[in-house]
Design a protein. Structure first.
Lengths: 302, 302
């Protein structure tokens, strides 16, 4: 039990292959055959030509599974022939490590450095450290590192400012480069409005997101749910420990008010750590002195 | 993992010994030495002269631990000399079994019947089945079975209506009788009001509780928090799957309104299953189509 809950690290590696079922299967197999590691989810997209894997377990197992998958990807994916809508710079594009439960960010950073080093040593793919593992502030954001993509990276990497954290200043001929780093769990949180006005949703998205003056750990865009005839503020909560879900929801409600628009529901897409939910429940219920130690399941897995 | 989350049964046996530390230790030891069983909590009270143990694990382990504790209690507790404020009818007064996670109520009932049978067979203590395990509707409520307590049980048990479910119609001379049964997890949920009027708290408690016309799975009393200068509606939610916490909270708020009184906070005492919290979070956040499968920790322990 301890291993699972106490020292769990989640990883969500992105592979540049969303079409070839045999190759996808080989990658997924890396996450099902390792003791102490669990494949939680995977999402393949033909348009994006990309595979997103979600797995978790104790550090040693996660390390083994990820490196096996990198091996498969480097041998089987040729970026020179890869086309897809999603920006990418490598056969394995990005490998985030996320501390779960009582695992510390330091543990996730340590694992990311270890894996990064090994990727260069074993596969000769240069690595950029990003997010919490970044060596410099201007390398925290993945889009900044990835700008130019695989095709532009051949030149970009020669710029001393973009010298990789591990490896030579030359891309792997077929596998490109990869970003590896630790980050907080990301919660995909959408809020639905009782209007079909994209202008309203866009204005609210701008109000709540960090980029344009809103909440520190919130990204947001407007999305048109045409089938339902409504619009949505679609958010990525990049650190719910500091910017809780309830705060984003109430801010959407507050901003919507001025347009005479109401919140009619919300949605969490994919997985969410239990304390993100407990935190919001405690807010709405006015719970005093509540701790996640009172959650029976946490106690059981203590 | 499966054992813990998938087929976990919680038990909260009550022992009629809250003073003698050596005896209490012997009972607790029964729950720490069994593989697959975890002692989650214990509460001893000198005034009540009672020990409440909370433990959980897979059925076979829980069975073993509980029967070992019954053995200790029967050998060491003499009800003829037991005094305490809490009503009691046996050395082991009551043994509830509670299904956790995906464990079914049927599993908990099966375990309760098995343990009940064994308590009579091994220790010659007559057993009444109660709550979900009850053999008749008038035996569901523990207070009905316990009425008369140890002292009155000698006569009561001879009444054909109170023939034990297991055992002869005669109490164990020193250990009395015991109630064994399966029940839903009980959540102790208190709501604080911005008044010091016990009359208001009492009126609200009456309004929300089942007994006097309120919510089906809610017991409630008024409590005076003298130190804070406020009163509280103290509730036992006896089946949060059917009567959610948010419903009780909003009903207290609604009733308080007519007295010009506001809810200033709430409190969960002790352990609570995660889905009781998720359920209320989903209500207040208006979460659409959210399932506990989306909780990362549940997925990990799947």
């Amino acid at each position: 039990m301890k291993a699972t809950m106490k020292k769990t690290i989640e990883t969500v590696p992105n592979f540049s292959e969303g079409r070839n079922q045999a190759k996808i299967r080989k990658i997924l197999d890396c996450f099902t055959g390792v003791k102490g590691v669990k494949l939680l989810d995977h999402h393949k997209d033909k348009d994006h030509n990309r595979l997103v894997v979600t797995a978790a377990g104790e550090a040693a197992g996660v390390r083994k599974a990820v490196l096996a998958a990198v091996d498969i990807a480097v041998k089987n994916i040729d970026l020179r022939r890869h086309r897809g809508e999603h920006p990418r710079m490598g056969a394995v594009d990005v490998i985030p490590f996320i501390p779960i439960g009582e695992t510390s960010m330091e543990d996730a950073i340590a694992l990311s450095l270890d894996v990064a080093k090994e990727i260069w040593r074993s596969f000769r793919v240069p690595v950029f450290l990003y997010e919490e593992s970044a060596s410099r502030p201007d390398r925290r954001a993945l889009p900044d590192i990835r700008r130019g993509e695989f095709e532009g990276m051949k030149e970009k990497i020669k710029d001393p400012q973009w010298k990789p954290d591990f490896g030579d200043a030359a891309v792997h001929p077929t596998a490109g480069v990869v970003a590896v780093g630790a980050r907080r769990p990301l919660v995909a949180f959408n809020v639905n409005l009782d209007t079909d006005s994209m202008a309203v949703a866009t204005a609210i998205a701008r109000a709540v997101r960090f980029q344009s003056g809103g909440l520190r750990h919130c990204r947001a865009i407007a999305v048109n749910l045409r089938e339902r005839g409504i619009v949505q503020v679609s958010m990525n909560m990049t650190d719910y420990t500091r910017t809780p879900l309830y705060r984003a929801l109430e801010m959407v409600r507050m901003e919507a008010k001025q347009y005479g628009v109401n919140v009619i529901g919300s949605e969490i897409v994919g997985l969410v750590p239990s304390d993100a939910i407990v935190q919001s429940a405690a807010y709405y219920m006015g719970l005093e002195n509540f701790t996640t130690d009172q959650i029976l399941e946490n106690k059981l897995n203590d």
